[in-house]
Design a protein around this ligand. Structure first.
Ligand SMILES: Cc1ncc(COP(=O)(O)O)c(C=O)c1O
Length: 380
């Protein structure tokens, strides 16, 4: 049969998870919790299931959630939005990003991305029929200049993707870097797709600024956010898009014909979760930070160096003192011989001409899991 064959592959990270399970390795590859969610979040879902929220809701998102989000966006992000015009609730940030690409970027256009970058953007771009161009950023601070952005620009470019806080590096963009991106996008008339999935996981000394609050970026930014990571409910599949109404008109149509709505009762439960006090988020950060410290003890003992993350729950590591292997070889050896699974750095560079020799670990797993990984790393 003449079926369509896109040049897509399975997610390497999911593949690593499967191999790691077969080998009995401690899996620090995929960024989500291996624990249950918090009791108060579970209770919110039980309450919502007990209510009358079992049919389709408005495809733009339950009005209850959109109203709660408008309050959160004003208080936390500094974004003044109208829940009727500026928000589209999606099945996670994954659907949000692909909907943004499909609805707003003409097929055959280019999208600019900083590399290393979240693996899914490349695969989503293939599905949406657009091309990823990259600007490589490097340690010690993963910064970039306006000249580098201009050099990467093409006449067919339609958008730039930002992941802030960043996966895989944990980089949090500074206000100056955000201004540079906003000015570049305005001068080149580009959309900005700002993935702010890790907005609540920002470490001391850093501050999360939504690029959509900058005047130059305001009307051209689609903010893409996941609710799965913050509340440890990645399986509920709820995220959302925030944009100017000239953009949400298109986003809504595309979302409606993909999935109609994100699960209705979970939207209601997450609307209530947005009322949790600041102490919930502080506890979350304190706990992840403690796990990060445990993992870093193991990494240091093993002789690895890492980029000190400004946010997210990832550590971007340099293993040069341990091995000269390319990172795919090193990651597999570490899994087989050391019993710890991470993701080879090259996965995050779609256009790389050389092997970056880096490995990414997550500390999103339970304390017990992170402690076991740290113990195994110390034995290397
Ligand atoms: C940067 C980033 N964006 C989006 C996602 C996916 O989010 P969701 O589960 O809401 O689709 C992830 C998950 O790992 C991520 O790291």
């Amino acid at each position: 049969m003449p079926i369509k064959r896109l040049p897509m592959r399975e997610s390497v990270i999911r593949g690593t998870t499967i191999l790691s399970a077969q080998l009995g390795a401690v899996n620090l590859s995929q960024g989500f919790s291996d624990e249950d969610t918090f009791p108060e979040i579970k209770q919110l879902a039980i309450d919502a299931i007990g209510g009358s929220y079992h049919q389709y809701t408005n495809p733009w998102g339950s009005p209850i959630l959109r109203e709660a989000l408008a309050r959160k966006l004003a208080a936390f992000n500094g974004l003044q939005v109208d829940p009727e015009r500026h928000i589209v609730v999606t099945c996670g940030a994954t659907e949000g990003m692909i909907v943004a690409m499909e609805a707003l970027v003409e097929r055959g256009s280019d999208i600019l991305c900083f590399a290393p970058m979240y693996e899914n953007y490349v695969l989503q771009a293939i599905a949406a029929g657009v091309n990823i161009r990259t600007v490589e950023v490097r340690e010690p601070d993963f910064t970039f200049t306006r000249d580098e952005l201009d050099a990467a620009w093409t006449p067919g470019m339609a958008a730039i993707i930002l992941c802030n806080p960043g996966n895989p590096t944990g980089k949090v963009l500074t206000p100056e870097e955000l201004e540079t991106v906003a000015a570049f996008a305005a001068d080149r008339d580009l959309l900005i797709f700002a993935d702010e999935t890790y907005e609540y996981l920002v470490w001391p000394g850093h501050r999360h600024v939504s690029i959509g609050t900058l005047p130059a970026a305001k009307d051209r930014t689609v903010t893409v956010t996941s609710m799965g990571k913050t509340y440890s409910v990645t399986g509920w599949r709820v995220g959302y898009l925030v944009a100017h109404e000239s953009l949400t008109d298109e986003l809504r149509k595309m979302h409606d014909f993909h999935t109609v709505t994100a699960p209705h009762p979970f939207q209601v439960a997450l609307a209530r979760a947005l009322d949790l006090p600041e102490s919930f988020y502080q506890r979350l950060r304190d706990e992840y930070w403690a796990r990060k410290e445990i993992l870093c003890e193991g990494l240091a003992a093993a002789g690895m160096r890492w980029y000190e993350p400004g946010g997210s729950y990832f550590l971007w590591c340099d293993y040069a003192a341990l091995s000269g292997d390319d990172d795919d070889v090193f990651a597999e050896r570490l899994m087989r011989e050391g019993g710890v699974a991470g993701v080879a750095g090259s996965v995050f560079y779609p256009n790389a001409t050389r092997n970056p020799k880096r490995i990414r670990f997550t500390f999103s797993k339970s304390r017990q899991t992170v402690e076991e990984a740290s113990r195994r790393l110390r034995r290397l």
